[in-house]
Design a protein around this ligand. Structure first.
Ligand code: KG4
Ligand code: ZN
Length: 338
């Protein structure tokens, strides 16, 4: 008998609900993105995000259940992102999930957003069971994580300033690209030369798994400003490609080094930035050279979605790690607290 979990994700600007069987089989994964609403402001406006979640949550959950082909009575648990994220946005999903759990008298399972991203990779590959290492690169996070077994996470390194997605979005904006800039910058970079400009790589010492991208960001912005002041033409495609190269080289080298140090031969990439084909290719090549198997999820499981939350929840369900209705949302939540 399969375990059917209804999952809800509302940590940022996507309202999503999914029904997942046994942590792997996606019956439905409905995602309503608010990107068009926030575009005019050049970034996510928290107050507007909460209101949009409130407006959409009920219909998104209903469509996810209808598409799953199951009756409400067949659901075994309801999972929900408990943090980190925008607090007002998280609370909408959490309150809705609590109401479902109470009404259907099924367990409530709170899930950490980043473990969700990591399981987006795990659930979409046959052979990516722990022990493994992961690079999680999203709009809010850049982390190198060691997962010795299911639901156990050791964060080896994190960003000390801007996250990878954040710096992609900021540089994209300065190149005149629309928000969110990661995907648009990838398209622009496709016509550029990654070796055209030697932007700095911040390694932060030979043993560090931490990241710092604000220096790289300032370098790119200064490069563009200097050219503008001198009235010089810049090759934007070369800037985009060289910037991506500097950013992705640091991410790739540290993730592969983590595998070597931990003695694992599996590496996954996840989070919104994992949608980037250049990053995937760089990581795949670097991992292969060291005999490490590499996997990145399909795009739909890279950016925020509820299926990944439903996957984590299955492993918590097996261990009966349930939450009471007093579960609270937390804006800043360490991954070790999963
Ligand atoms: O995981 P996600 O959907 O939301 C957070 O949890 O932050 O990640 C969003 C981030 C944005 O910064 C966006 O620019 C980036 O993922 N992103 C990309 C691509 N698609 C989305 N970055 C690089 N290349 C892409 N194709
Ligand atoms: Zn995310």
């Amino acid at each position: 008998m399969s375990t059917h979990i209804l999952a809800i994700e509302s940590s940022c600007d996507e309202t999503s609900a999914a029904v997942v069987d046994d942590g792997r089989v996606i019956r439905s994964n409905v995602i309503y993105t608010q990107i068009a609403t926030h575009k005019a402001y050049g970034g996510v406006v928290p107050e507007i995000a909460s209101r949009e979640h409130l407006r959409k949550i009920s219909s998104v959950v209903k469509v996810a259940v209808a598409k799953s082909g199951l009756n409400l009575a067949e659901l075994d648990a309801v999972a929900v992102t408990k943090g980190p994220g925008l607090i007002g946005s998280l609370l909408v999903g959490l309150s809705y999930a609590k109401a479902v759990a109470e009404t259907l008298e099924i367990p409530l399972i709170g899930v950490h957003h980043l473990s969700g991203h990591l399981y987006g990779a795990v659930m979409s590959a046959e052979d990516m069971e722990p022990p493994l290492c992961a690079l999680i690169a999203s709009g809010g996070h850049s982390s190198v994580v060691y997962m010795p077994e299911h639901l156990h996470f050791e964060v080896l390194g994190e960003t000390r300033d801007d996250a990878a997605g954040e710096v992609l979005d900021k540089v994209a904006r300065s190149l005149g690209l629309p928000y969110p800039g990661g995907a648009a910058l990838e398209r622009l970079a496709a016509d550029g030369d990654p070796a055209a400009i030697d932007f700095p790589r911040a390694w932060l010492g030979p043993d560090s798994y931490d990241f710092s991208f604000s220096g790289l960001k300032s370098h790119v912005l200064n490069y563009l400003n200097r050219a503008a002041m001198k009235g010089e033409e810049v090759n934007k495609a070369d800037v985009a490609a060289s910037f991506q190269q500097a950013l992705f080289e640091v991410l790739t080298v540290k993730a592969v080094r983590a595998c070597r140090e931990k003695g694992v031969d599996r590496l996954v990439l996840s989070g919104g930035v994992a949608a980037n084909e250049t990053l995937k290719r760089m990581m795949a090549e670097h991992a292969a050279a060291e005999g490490i198997r590499f996997h990145a999820p399909p795009k739909i499981l890279c950016t925020d979605n509820a299926a990944m939350i439903g996957s984590v929840a299955y492993y918590k369900y097996l261990k009966k790690e349930f939450n009471s209705v007093s579960l609270n949302a937390t804006a800043n939540l360490p991954l070790e607290n999963e």
